[in-house]
Design a protein around this ligand. Structure first.
Ligand code: SF4
Length: 116
């Protein structure tokens, strides 16, 4: 069965744009409502090891939609392009969700809207 996954990229955990967000609270809220099949967190998806992470995560796995909470969706498209291509994942099924400069509750609501 095709699965939906949500990754939270925390931008090293030091970016001021994320200072009012508790990532774990966000992921827990989404998984508790079973809005996706799995959740995960990564410190820097746009780094080289982030590419490797995406490739390994998606290769040969039945993932219908990949939601990534983090920076601007257009930036995400550009930065993840090669990793998604190499894993054979259709880039159209990657949905970036901009959550910078928001608070935890606002992020939860924004992600819920994006998923539903
Ligand atoms: S992918 Fe975006 S949110 Fe993640 S580390 Fe890079 S710039 Fe920051």
């Amino acid at each position: 069965m095709a699965k939906k996954g949500l990754l939270f990229c925390v931008c090293l955990g030091t970016c001021p744009s994320f200072k009012d967000i508790n990532e774990y609270e966000v992921l827990n809220a989404i998984r508790k409502e079973k809005l996706v099949d799995w959740v995960g967190i990564h410190p820097q998806l746009c780094a080289e090891d982030g590419d490797e992470y995406l490739k390994n995560l998606l290769k040969g796995v039945d993932v219908e939609k990949l939601f990534v909470a983090g920076c601007d969706p257009h930036m995400q498209k550009k930065m993840f392009k090669d990793a998604l291509k190499e894993s054979g994942f259709n880039p159209d099924n990657h949905i970036g969700i901009e959550i910078r400069n928001m608070k935890t509750e606002e992020v939860i609501e924004k992600i819920k809207k994006a998923i539903q």
